[in-house]
Design a protein. Structure first.
Ligand code: SF4
Ligand code: SF4
Lengths: 93, 257
């Protein structure tokens, strides 16, 4: 399943997409500890799979929460994207 | 087997009782500040409508933003999962479900079994949700039920430049002062909301069969704007506001088998 967490407003679309298919087989869930804001959590979804998700309290402010990881110039690889062994995380902005 | 689905939405709590393929009761209450109390009232009303007692129910499942405070069950399914399950039960060939409530919009792509494959939610922007039409209908002094129909009478497309509901409201006031016909303003507003929703739907993909659920599905102006914007027919199930509760009742049944 592809889960798009975030929002769109007048300034653009701010979604973190998690392809949750590989999460069930991901032993240590490194995305959780990689994110400096602690945005990721592991939940049991509607189909009884253990998957990564963005916490409820972060979903409406991802643009702001992620800002420190996304300097305007010289943008390094995002910690969450880099940590995921399955390339399951993408950002829309 | 008799099961119940409780949908604790942002504005309304809906309860649906299901026995095999027959719906025994559909009731709703305004959620207000005490959604758990509203759920109790809606549940009691459903018992009285169906002539059942709580003991007659084999399983209960909750959904909606307030599902964690549901007084009757710990069993729950997300709004996205319930929307997909309920819609594909009613319309098995639908693969894209658009769920627009008062305060949020959702787009879900699902597979043959009603399992969610892709979803996106927008709870942040009022310009892409139902309550925006209420605000503008009030400003135009048109009853909400008439506001959607009014837009069908318009033949003129007026683009709205404002990206935010607050600014859009002042844009509407300017249009009113410029003596723009109400039907053209209504269409402009519905087109603006639909365009927000459609860009979210594009994230998950527009399939051949698209359904619209949630209370906003009663608004013919919005359905028309969606169909024009996506260039595809949109299916509106009967009782569109109860599809989430139906999905929860179906989930209760499937999980207790
Ligand atoms: S690291 Fe990647 S695969 Fe593992 S749980 Fe996180 S998102 Fe899923
Ligand atoms: S970009 Fe940084 S703050 Fe945003 S989710 Fe990834 S690791 Fe967390």
């Amino acid at each position: 399943m592809k889960a798009n967490y975030g929002y769109m407003d007048g300034s653009g679309e701010y979604y973190i997409t998690i392809d949750t298919d590989p999460c069930n087989d991901c032993a240590d869930h490194p995305c959780v500890s990689a994110c400096p804001v602690g945005m990721f959590e592991i939940i049991v979804d509607d189909y009884d799979d253990e998957v990564a998700a963005i916490k409820e309290e972060n979903r409406k402010k991802v643009k702001y929460d992620c800002a420190p990881c996304k300097p305007v110039t010289d943008r390094p690889p995002l910690p969450c994207v880099k940590a995921c062994p399955a390339d399951a995380i993408t950002h829309s902005w | 087997m008799i099961t119940a689905g409780i949908d604790l939405g942002a504005k309304f709590v809906k309860v649906l009782f299901l026995k095999d393929d027959e719906v025994l009761a559909r009731t709703q209450e305004r959620a207000g500040f005490e959604p758990a109390e509203a759920a109790k009232r809606a549940f009691a009303a459903a018992l009285s409508e169906s002539g059942l007692t709580e003991n007659d129910l084999d399983a209960i499942c909750a959904t909606g933003a307030g599902r964690q405070v549901s007084p009757f069950t710990r069993e729950s399914i997300t709004e996205v999962g319930a929307a997909a399950r309920g819609t594909t039960y009613l319309h098995p060939s639908v693969r894209t479900v658009i769920d627009v409530g008062g305060e949020e919009g959702r787009a879900v792509k699902c597979g043959d079994t009603g399992k969610v494959e892709d979803f996106a939610v927008n709870e942040q922007c009022a310009a892409g949700a139902g309550s925006f039409t209420e605000t503008i209908a009030r400003a135009l002094e048109v009853p909400l039920e008439e506001f959607g129909k009014l837009s069908l009478k318009s033949t003129k497309t007026i683009p709205m430049n404002a990206q935010c509901a607050v600014f859009a409201e002042s844009e509407v006031v300017s249009l009113m002062h410029a003596k723009t016909p109400k039907e053209d303003i209504s269409r402009a507003v519905h087109d603006a909301i639909a365009s927000r929703i459609i860009s979210m739907v594009r994230r998950v993909g527009i399939s051949n069969e698209v359904a619209l659920i949630g209370g906003v599905a009663y608004n013919p102006g919005f359905v028309d704007a969606l169909e024009r914007g996506m260039e595809t027919k949109v299916v509106v199930p009967e009782h569109p506001e109860y599809v989430g509760a139906l999905g929860a009742a179906l989930t209760a049944r499937e999980r207790s088998k």
